[in-house]
Write a protein that binds this ligand. Structure first.
Ligand SMILES: [Zn+2]
Length: 348
C-alpha cells in the first residue's frame, strides 16, 4: 500500500461524453501515460475512446476473479503498459487496482458510477476461486477522474449504494474508538477526520429523494468527494479500519454464506442496522432513514430469514480476524443473536 494521495480531476456537468473522452485523454497524456492498458466495462466505452494507446482495450468478464486478475497483471507487464486505466463500475476498478499492484505499475480510476469508496482506496474486493468476495490489499490509484456527464447517466441504485457505503463510516469510527479503548487498536487523527468528513459531506442530503439527487450534479460532486475522502482515510491509515467496522463484517458474512444479495454499499447500509442496535441507538429511526433512501432495512429484502440472520451474526466476526468491533465486543451466541434479531425486526 502507498500513503500517497491520488490526484483528482473533475469535469463538471454541461459537457458531452465525447468532450469528457477528450478531457480524459488529454489529462492522461499530461500525466505522462502514453501506453496504458485500458480496462473498461460497458459503460466506459465512450470515455475510453479518448485514450491514446497502442494496446488493445480489455473488458473484464462478469465473473472476473483473482486468477483472471493475475493474468491481467501479467499481460500488462509483458506488453510494457505504463499503467492500467480502469473505466467502469466497482468490479472493474477493483480488478484494475489488484492487477496493477501485481504488475508493479500505477492505476488510474475512472468510475462510471459512484457505488462505493473503492474508487480511491488501496483495497480491492475481488472474488476468489469459490466466488467469495475478498478484500485484498492493493494499491491506491495515482489519479481519479470524476466525469459528471458520465455519472449523470448512471443508475439511482448505484448512487444509493454509494450513500450506503458512507453511512458505515460513523459506525466504523465508533468501532475503532471501542477497539482503541480496549487497547486493541490505536486511532489516528488524520484518518479519523477524513472518514468523519466524508460522511459529513452527504449528511445534509440523507432525508432527500435519491432518485432526484442522482440527477443533481452538485450532489454527485459531494458524493464523489465523500467517497474519495473515505478512500483517503484508508490510505492514510494504511488499512480499511476508518471506513469498515462491524457493518462490513455483516456484509462479508452475507457474501460468504449466501452470495452477494445486492450492491456492496446497500448491503453495508443494512449491516449498519445491527451496529446501531448493538450501540443502543435509535434503530427504528435508522431503519426509517434506510427505507426513505431506498436501501434495504429488513432481511426479507435480501431474501434472508431469521435463521439465516442468526448464521450471519455468528459468522460475521470470522470474516475479519483481528478486527475488534461492536460485534466482537457483543460476542453473541445463538440465543443472543436470536433475541437481537427479534428486538430489531420483531417476529416478522
Ligand atoms: Zn465498503
Amino acid at each position: 500500500m502507498t500513503d500517497e494521495f491520488p490526484r483528482v480531476f473533475l469535469l463538471g456537468a454541461g459537457h458531452s461524453e465525447a468532450e469528457a473522452a477528450r478531457w480524459l485523454g488529454r489529462n492522461l497524456r499530461e500525466l505522462g501515460l502514453g501506453a496504458p492498458l485500458v480496462l473498461r466495462g460497458i459503460h466506459g466505452e465512450l470515455l475510453a475512446a479518448g485514450i491514446e494507446t497502442r494496446l488493445d482495450h480489455v473488458t473484464p468478464p462478469p465473473d472476473a476473479d483473482q486468477e483472471w486478475t493475475s493474468g491481467l497483471g501479467s499481460t500488462a507487464r509483458r506488453s510494457g503498459a505504463d499503467a492500467i486505466v480502469a473505466l467502469g463500475g466497482g468490479r472493474c476498478l477493483d480488478v484494475a487496482k489488484l492487477a496493477a499492484a501485481r504488475a508493479g505499475i500505477p492505476v488510474v480510476c475512472v468510475p462510471t458510477q459512484l457505488s462505493h469508496d473503492g474508487i480511491c482506496s488501496p483495497v480491492a474486493v475481488v472474488p476468489d476461486e469459490t466466488n467469495r468476495r475478498r478484500s485484498l490489499g492493493a494499491i491506491s490509484p495515482r489519479a481519479v477522474f470524476i466525469s459528471i456527464p458520465t455519472l449523470l447517466i448512471s443508475s439511482g441504485d448505484a448512487v444509493r449504494a454509494g450513500v450506503g457505503d458512507l453511512l458505515a463510516n460513523p459506525f466504523a469510527l465508533r468501532d475503532w474508538a471501542l477497539a482503541s479503548g480496549r487497547g486493541l487498536a490505536a486511532t489516528e487523527e488524520r484518518s479519523w477526520e477524513l472518514s468523519r468528513g466524508s460522511y459529513d459531506l452527504i449528511a445534509g442530503d440523507l432525508d432527500d429523494d435519491i432518485s432526484e439527487l442522482a440527477k443533481d450534479p452538485g450532489f454527485l460532486v459531494r458524493l464523489a468527494d465523500g467517497l474519495i475522502m473515505s478512500g483517503r482515510a484508508m490510505i492514510s491509515a494504511g488499512n480499511s479500519r476508518p471506513a469498515s467496522g462491524g457493518e462490513h463484517e455483516i456484509s462479508h458474512a452475507i457474501d460468504d454464506l449466501y452470495g452477494a444479495r445486492c450492491m456492496h454499499g446497500a448491503q453495508v447500509a443494512f449491516g449498519c442496522i445491527i451496529s446501531s442496535a448493538l450501540y443502543e441507538l435509535d434503530v427504528p429511526a435508522f431503519r426509517k432513514r434506510l427505507e426513505r433512501l431506498g436501501l434495504p432495512n429488513h432481511p426479507g429484502e435480501l431474501g434472508l430469514g431469521s435463521d439465516d440472520m442468526v448464521a450471519v451474526l455468528l459468522g460475521a466476526p470470522d470474516t475479519r480476524p483481528g478486527r475488534f468491533t461492536v460485534l466482537e465486543d457483543a460476542d453473541l451466541d445463538e440465543n443472543m443473536a436470536r433475541s437481537l434479531i427479534k428486538r430489531i425486526w420483531g417476529d416478522g
